[in-house]
Write a protein that binds this ligand. Structure first.
Ligand code: AMP
Length: 219
């Protein structure tokens, strides 16, 4: 089944978590511009050096940088049956570029699913996130703690908090979302592509709702 899916929602809505489950079910890759940018920062590529300041402060990276990333990524072979975009587009300009890019390839977006979660819960989710420095496994201090505090249960690596997950930066990211990304809700609703899923509740329950939405409109 060919499927191009956009997961839309504020930081902490569960886009990445849900994308990781959906890619297994549908056999298509997840494209997270945040993950690609973080890898570039770590490797100190020219793009990473340019993006780091924006990311650390919770601002958005320039549109042309992320549009370039996505254009390159979707041209790869593993995207031939579609993909799940997680964290892109984040501005109307990015959405317009994506539409033009897909039009040139003779494809289009199949689904845009907005995941909604209230602000208090977003703050709790994001500030409690921890990641293993060695294997990249994800944890949450309240919802999914490691067996030993600060240590990865999988590989004993050290856990760390993303700089942009600290409370002050997260509040700024939420403001950036409201200002620059939330207009995409109306953008995709106007194009009759938007579906909404309540993202409060447990991971499996939300996953089932997402699959329900995808399968009721796929075709
Ligand atoms: P994320 O992991 O999706 O929360 O992204 C982390 C950070 O990467 C964001 O706060 C932005 O600084 C940057 N970023 C990721 N995706 C985009 C995008 N589509 N447009 C602009 N900046 C982005």
């Amino acid at each position: 089944m060919f499927m191009n899916l956009i997961l839309l929602g504020p930081p902490g809505a569960g886009k990445g978590t849900q994308a990781k489950i959906l890619i297994k079910k549908y056999g298509i890759p997840q494209i997270s511009t945040g993950d690609i940018l973080r890898a570039a920062v770590k490797e100190q590529t020219p793009m990473g050096v340019k993006a780091k300041g924006f990311m650390d402060s919770g601002a958005l990276a320039p549109d042309e940088v992320v549009v370039g990333i996505v254009e390159e990524r979707i041209a790869q072979q593993d995207c031939a049956s579609g993909y799940i975009l997680d964290g892109f587009p984040r501005t109307v300009a990015q959405a317009d570029s994506l539409a033009a890019m897909l039009h040139n390839k003779g494809t289009s977006i199949d689904h845009v699913i907005a995941i909604t979660v209230d602000t208090e819960e977003l703050l709790k989710r994001v500030t409690g996130r921890r990641t293993c420095k060695v294997c990249g496994a994800g944890y949450h201090l309240l919802y999914d703690p490691p067996i030993t505090s600060g240590v990865c249960t999988e590989c004993s690596g050290e856990l760390y908090q993303r700089d942009d997950d600290r409370e002050e930066t997260m509040r700024h990211r939420l403001a950036v979302y409201d200002e620059q990304t939330s207009p995409l809700i109306a953008y995709y609703a106007d194009r009759d592509l938007l579906r909404t899923v309540d993202g409060m509740g447990d991971i499996v329950e939300i996953q089932q709702k997402l699959i329900g939405v995808i399968e009721s409109t796929q075709g």
